[in-house]
Design a protein around this ligand. Structure first.
Ligand code: SF4
Ligand code: SF4
Length: 401
């Protein structure tokens, strides 16, 4: 694995100076802020519930929606953002006005144990792991990764807010944390079962991000919990924090978990030393592999070379990459009434972090001329298949992750 200088990273991924992207153009916001898209999705959507097919039983629906509902609720409580929701402000006020254990007093900067950026980074990384992160890295915060405006659905969902986002100048760092869903549960892509895997990790992500934010504020520093892509674009920050590289499917690929990772980001004014971007051969391997593009049921992943041409307004322009079509991916999800994530499940980098798979990764990193062979071997060994959910409850061992 090679460490990249920032100049090398820029040359590899950036085509032109980037301007700030507007959150209203992301698919998570277009579902309610883009009238045409909203009407289209509403015309395709029925209330999603369970049925009598394996992967869609009531217990599978229940195991998926428990974490999904919870992380949506926790995300609503986030009042650390520059433009918090009215609901989070109200709840925070109620808590602050209550007595006893909940009468929290913000800290001041007094403790000198973290007085060098290196010590502070070490402290933050330990705390991230303690609170539940599988991976953690630190990147500098730059304007180009911050959404120019924020867009939030208001209570009742019939309208939305649209506000300029100005992050305080003293906030210069991002703590990027990774949360891995279980390998064994994600094999059952295109069912509620794999959805449960993603949502369990997302719940750990929102809880850990909230805890990290509170921890930094208790030390007396500013901290903003970015929740699920609420404030910044998380994938380039994760790359700059040394967590991984960008894959053909538009997601971060990490050495430890491949693309099987959820990203939580906390911004802070605590001076911390930053990490270095890495290169372990992902761009070259994706160049020959294309398995996610072949298996994508909505043809949302391109087959060609990396380029600089966005698909539609939901792609932030200016990068050299494979532009994933988030609109067709979303339309498919709504039309078929179940989550997909096939591209994550079938990706050859999605493997348990065992000695054997570490050895394979060594070859894909150090002998890149063999990428076609490794890709063929992955298929030959029977990896990268979506598993049928018929016998899930007997096969699944949650402790095996
Ligand atoms: S499936 Fe293959 S082409 Fe797609 S992201 Fe994974 S390694 Fe890259
Ligand atoms: S989630 Fe499914 S539809 Fe969307 S890009 Fe991945 S494989 Fe394609």
């Amino acid at each position: 694995m090679k460490k990249l200088t920032l100049a090398e990273w820029e040359k590899h991924y950036i085509a032109e100076p980037l301007t700030q992207f507007d959150q209203i153009h992301t698919m998570t916001r277009r579902v309610y802020a883009d009238r045409q898209m909203k009407e289209l999705l509403e015309s395709l959507s029925d209330p999603v519930t369970y049925n009598d097919k394996p992967g869609f039983f009531q217990k599978e629906y229940a195991v998926r929606w428990a974490p999904r509902y919870l992380h949506a609720q926790i995300a609503e409580l986030n009042n650390s953002k520059v433009n918090p929701s009215q609901l989070s402000v109200t709840i925070s006020k109620i808590i602050q006005e209550s007595k006893g254990a909940l009468s929290y007093v913000p800290g001041e900067v007094k403790d000198k144990h973290h007085d060098t950026p290196e010590n502070a980074a070490g402290l933050v990384k330990k705390i991230a792991k303690f609170y539940g992160a599988d991976l953690v890295g630190i990147a500098p915060l730059q304007d180009r990764w911050i959404y120019s405006h924020t867009c939030e659905r208001t209570e009742g969902g019939s309208s939305y807010t649209y506000e300029k986002q100005d992050i305080p100048e003293e906030i210069k760092y991002t703590v990027v944390m990774g949360f891995a869903p279980g390998y064994n549960i994600l094999k059952y892509a295109r069912t509620y079962i794999a959805g449960a895997g993603h949502d369990e990790a997302s719940t750990r992500m929102v809880v850990t991000s909230a805890l990290m934010t509170q921890f930094l504020q208790n030390l007396g520093y500013k901290a903003i919990d970015c929740n699920i892509d609420d404030v910044v674009i998380s994938v380039p920050l994760a790359m700059l924090a040394g967590l991984g590289q960008l894959g053909r499917h538009g997601m971060l690929i990490t050495p430890q978990f491949g693309p099987r990772i959820r990203l939580g980001v906390v911004l802070t004014s605590l001076p911390v030393s930053i990490d270095t971007p890495i290169d372990f051969g992902v761009t070259e391997f994706c160049g020959v592999c294309k398995k996610c593009a072949r298996m994508c049921p909505s043809q949302s992943i391109p087959f060609g070379e990396r380029n600089t041409v966005p698909n539609n307004i939901s792609n932030a322009p200016g990068g050299i990459k494979w532009y994933h079509n988030a609109a067709t991916c979303r339309i498919r999800a709504v039309t078929h009434k179940y989550p997909c994530s096939t591209c994550i499940t079938v990706c050859p980098y999605n493997k348990p972090d065992t000695l054997f798979h570490q050895a394979v990764r060594w070859f894909t990193d150090h002998a890149r001329w063999g990428d076609r062979f490794y890709s063929w071997m992955d298929d030959f060994c029977g990896y990268g298949k979506v598993k049928k959910p018929d016998n899930f409850w007997n096969e699944w061992r949650p402790e095996d992750k």
